[in-house]
Design a binder for this molecule. Sequence first.
Ligand code: ASP
Ligand code: MG
Length: 416
Amino acid sequence: MALIVHKYGGTSMGSTERIKNVAKRVAKWHDAGHQIVVVPSAMSGETNRLIALAKEIMPQPDPRELDMLASTGEQVSVALLSMALLSIGKEAVSYAGWQVPIKTDSAYTKARIQSIDDKRVRKDLEAGKIVIITGFQGVDDGGNITTLGRGGSDTSAVAVAAALKAQECLIYTDVDGVYTTDPRVVSDARRLKTVTFEEMLEMASLGSKVLQIRSVEFAGNYKVPTRVLSSLTDPLMPLEEEANSGTLISFEEDTHMEQAVISGIAFNRDEAKITVLGVPDKPGIAYQILGPVADANIEVDMIIQNQSVEGKTDFTFTVPRGDYAKAMDVLNKAVKEHIGAASIAGDAKVSKVSVVGVGMRSHVGIASQMFRTLSEEGINIQMISTSEIKISVLIDEKYMELAVRALHKAFDLEKA
Ligand code: ASP
Ligand code: MG
C-alpha cells in the first residue's frame, strides 16, 4: 500500500463523461489498496472563460478579484469528481485550497506555495477516503484566495505529494509522456522512459510545455518521483501496466548506465534578438543596457558582448518575441538618454534550438557534433549559450524545423 497523488489536466476533466472516467481510474487505484489524493485542474477552457469575463468588466482586472474568480474553476472540478466517486460507491471528500490549507504568499496570479498542512488530509486518508484537492490555488496569511499562475495545478499536485511524502505523483495529461522532441516536428520522436529532473527543467524552460516549470523545480527540490502519463487510455487498463507507462522524472543518482548522452532536442520558436551597436566599452554598460529591460519586466536569455574595437563594442541579447516591441522602446529611450550607442538593430524572426542531456557532463565533443550537423545543413549560428547539460544556438526562424530534425537524427534519438 502506498500514498499516491494523481493530477488530472483540464482535458481529462473536460466533460462529466470524462470526469466519470477519471473516477473509474481513481477507484481502480484505491481498490488496489493505495491511499489516493487527487488534484484536478478546471474543466478545459474554463479558466480562459473566467478571465475573459473579468476583462469584459475590467480590462485590467484587479488581481485579488481575478484570483477569487479564476480559482472557482477548480472548485467545480473537485466537487464533480467527488460526486462521481461517491456515485460509484467510493468514499470521497473534496477541499478548496484554503480548507487544507495550502498557504501561499500574497502575489496574486503568481503566488508561491509556502506550506501545506497535511493533518486534515491524512485523517481522511486513514479513514479510507479518497481526498480531492483543488489545483492552482491557495490562501495567503490574510485569508485571501490566491492562484499559482497558468498551468499551476501541476505545481499544486507536486507540492501536495511533497507535503504528504507520497511515493509518486502521477500527472495524467493528454500526451503520453515526455518525448525526445516535439513529435509534430519530428515524426519519429521517441517517448523517454525516464528523464532526470534537471533535463526536464531545461526542456520545460526551453519551451516543451508538458509541465509547468515550477512543478519541476518542486519535484527536484523535494525529490518527488513524478510521472507524466496519458489520461486517454482505458481507465480500467491493468494497474501494473499503467503504473509503468509514461515518463518518470527521476533523480540523477538513480539514473541507470544505459542513459543516452543526449536526452532531447528542445526549441523555442518565438525569440527575438536585439543588438546595441557602437557602445562605449566601459564599466557599467551591460547594466545600463539590461537594467531598463529588466525594469520593464522583460526576461533576457542569451547575451553576447563583442570584443571592443577602439573603445566601442556591440552588445547583443535575446528576449521573448512577445516582448520585442516593448524592449526596443525601452532601449531606444535609454540610448537617447544616457547610453550613447551608435544604433540599435533587431531581428524578431529568430528561434532557439538546444540539445539537452546530463551525459554531457561526462562526454566531450557534443558541441562540435552539434555545430558540424548545423553546418552540414548550411544553417548559420547567430548566438551560442551553454550550461552544464545544455547547448543552445540561436538561428534564423526559417531553419528551425530543419535544425531540430537534423540534430535529432545526428544524436540517434529515434533509437531506443
Ligand atoms: N486551470 C488553471 C489554468 O488553466 C490551472 C491549470 O490548469 O493547471 O491555467
Ligand atoms: Mg496544464
